[in-house]
Design a protein around this ligand. Structure first.
Ligand SMILES: [Zn+2]
Length: 119
């Protein structure tokens, strides 16, 4: 999963107009350093670096085996290739996407709750 999320929760957590997510299998991640985890809503945990405060991950209960990483914090973010915009309905009016990626009004969790996969 590689999507640009415009939802208000992500925007506030990252203090940005949208977040570039990269979804990976949770079992493949090996964390090191002072990572802090917090529950950002009833069924979501997010984490950040306890040293510099950079946001690191998003883990919704609905995707129990998946962790979404902030692509902009990766060592080589330039190789990231997003495939879609999600929560397009919540985008800020001054956000300039400037691409031709497909847009989805809602997000992955809404699709999963309805039994389908968005991306
Ligand atoms: Zn979001």
């Amino acid at each position: 999963m590689a999507a640009l999320c415009h939802c208000e929760d992500c925007r506030r957590a990252a203090s940005s107009d949208y977040v570039s997510w990269l979804g990976v299998k949770r079992q493949t991640i090996e964390w090191s350093g002072p990572r802090k985890v917090y529950r950002s809503s009833a069924r979501v945990e997010r984490s950040y670096c306890g040293e510099c405060g950079s946001p690191l991950s998003f883990e919704p209960e609905v995707f129990a085996d998946e962790t979404h990483l902030y692509a902009a914090t990766l060592d080589t973010p330039e190789v990231y290739q997003p495939t879609a915009h999600i929560f397009w309905s919540e985008r800020l009016p001054w956000t300039c996407a400037g691409d031709s990626l497909p847009t989805h009004e809602k997000g992955l969790q809404d699709a999963a709750a309805k039994g389908s996969k968005l991306l």
